[in-house]
Design a protein around this ligand. Structure first.
Ligand code: GDP
Length: 290
């Protein structure tokens, strides 16, 4: 199976999450012309558009140096407490994106706390360093004290820092003197490969997955989304919800994220994030197994 990194992204509204993810997608699809770009990808949902905030958790996925990176969106605030935790459980690392003037905001504290409690490896992105009043030192100090308060594992305090002008797709390992270098998000993707561990995998055991999110498709009906904890799922496989083993369902279709869309595949192994159609009565938090 291909190596995988599952990373959640946390940011306060307007700190530039959508723009940065958009640039990562563009960068990784540089040589592919078959992706149709909407305006901003993570915000494509109508309700989100209306309210101007990212509510629903969605995944995008990119290929970088032979590794599949699943980027898991998180709600930027605490109103969705239960959802936050389930979504974060799919990740092994977390990107905290902070505005270079505003710094970390109280609203993201809850989500970051949950992420650190779950032991996720953090990477901090100081974004919008091009702002005329950017105060990177101040923002980093604020971020450090937040981590001092919330970290649960000592090495979470040694988080790598990336500096970004997300809007231009420019990302740096050290604060640059000027921002005129060609656009690349390479340093960020490199950091993800180097600092975020791959998911634990065991394809030999029987298939198990906790439903972290639900989606609906007019043809396929209810779709259960989650990270495969162990085992492999194949199209057509008989599956049960562990709460009621008498009812047998079939994996009508299994899909994985590719860029900003999803593609149907014949099988998916442990560690990857999968969407399964055919479990018509699944609920969030339930376990699907063989
Ligand atoms: P989100 O709410 O976190 O998804 O934020 P968006 O990606 O929608 O960005 C919010 C605003 O910040 C938009 O107007 C972006 O154009 C702007 N923005 C994003 N990245 C940068 C940046 O690197 N520098 C500056 N100055 N503005 C940025």
């Amino acid at each position: 199976m291909q190596p995988i990194r599952n990373i959640a992204i946390i940011a306060h509204v307007d700190h530039g999450k959508t723009t940065l993810v958009d640039k990562i997608l563009h960068f990784c699809n540089l040589f592919r012309e078959n992706e149709v770009q909407g305006d901003l990808i993570l915000d494509s949902n109508d309700l989100e558009r209306e309210r101007g905030i990212t509510i629903f958790s969605k995944n995008v996925s990119v290929q970088y140096k032979g590794v599949k990176i699943n980027i898991i969106d998180t709600p930027g605030h605490a109103d969705f407490g239960g959802e936050v935790e389930r979504v974060l459980k799919m990740a092994d690392g977390v990107l905290l994106l902070v505005d270079a003037f505003e710094g970390p905001m109280p609203q993201t504290r809850f989500v970051l706390k949950k992420a650190l409690e779950l032991g996720l490896k953090p990477i901090v992105v100081v974004n919008k360093i091009d702002k005329p009043y950017a105060r990177v030192d101040y923002v980093l100090k604020k971020t450090e004290s937040l981590f001092l308060e919330l970290a649960t594992i000592e090495d979470q305090l040694e988080f790598p820092v990336i500096y970004a002008v997300g809007r231009k797709g420019r990302v740096y390992n050290a604060l640059p003197e000027d921002f005129s270098t060609p656009a690349t998000v390479d340093p960020l993707l490199e950091k993800i490969l180097a600092h975020v561990p791959g998911p634990k995998t065991d394809d030999q055991k029987s298939f198990k997955m906790v439903v972290s999110a639900l989606d609906y498709d007019s043809h396929l009906g209810r779709m259960s989304i989650g990270k495969i904890h162990q085992g492999v799922v194949k199209t057509g496989k008989k599956l049960i919800l562990t709460g009621d083993p008498t009812k047998i369902y079939k994996a009508d279709k299994i899909l994985i994220s590719q860029g900003l869309g999803k593609v149907a595949v014949a099988e998916v192994g442990s560690g990857d994030i999968v969407t399964i159609a055919g479990i018509f009565e699944s609920k969030i938090g339930e376990t699907i197994s063989e």
